[in-house]
Write a protein that binds this ligand. Structure first.
Ligand SMILES: [Zn+2]
Ligand SMILES: [Zn+2]
Length: 177
């Protein structure tokens, strides 16, 4: 949803609060799509600090669904964002580009709420999620999810960490003798 900030400009110190729905239903991050499986409306508070400079505080809760890094099961990742931004509505698009201003969610007097939330999310999305701390992952031989099933594969030869340790042992033994 887009908010027209010019309605705040008439008086310095004008404060407006908004509760706006988040329109996006998925997030694309590092070229992967993650669905937003639940979300609360965005709570916004805009203060006109004078001279068309706006201080924004925003709060939003949502839940992303991301695959577990080890077993690929879906993991619900709650995100509670609570952040502040300062916007200078005087700056033209050209000036923003020249100043490497990354506030691409501002267009003239218009604030793109989804864009701003997305911008904030980018700094908060975890790189990796696990369905649980001790996720056992999938069997590299037969592919079963080892959290839900067991298999009879012999996996000792396949653990790369083990083979590195074996190599180090072999090397040390050679130099020692
Ligand atoms: Zn897992
Ligand atoms: Zn297996």
């Amino acid at each position: 949803m887009v908010i027209n900030m010019s309605e705040l400009f008439t008086v310095d110190g004008t404060v407006k609060t908004y509760e706006v729905p988040l329109e996006m239903s998925e997030v694309i991050w590092k070229r992967k799509k993650y669905p937003i499986v639940s979300k609360q409306p965005v709570e916004l508070r805009l203060t006109h600090e004078g001279d068309r400079k706006i201080a924004i505080t925003a709060k939003v809760s949502l839940v992303l669904e991301m695959p577990c890094d080890r077993c690929l099961d879906s993991v619900k990742v709650p995100m509670d964002l609570d952040f502040e931004r300062n916007v200078d509505a005087n700056a033209s698009a050209e000036e923003r580009i020249a100043q490497l201003d990354e506030q691409s969610y501002i267009d003239g007097y218009h604030l793109d709420v989804d864009g701003m939330v997305l911008d904030e999310m980018m700094t908060d999305i975890p790189d990796k999620v696990l369905c649980r701390e001790d996720c056992k992952g999938v069997c590299p031989k037969c592919g079963v999810n080892l959290n839900h099933q067991t298999c009879n594969c012999d996996r000792t030869e396949l653990d790369p960490r083990m083979s590195i340790i074996r190599e180090i042992f072999a090397k040390n033994n050679r130099t020692d003798s």
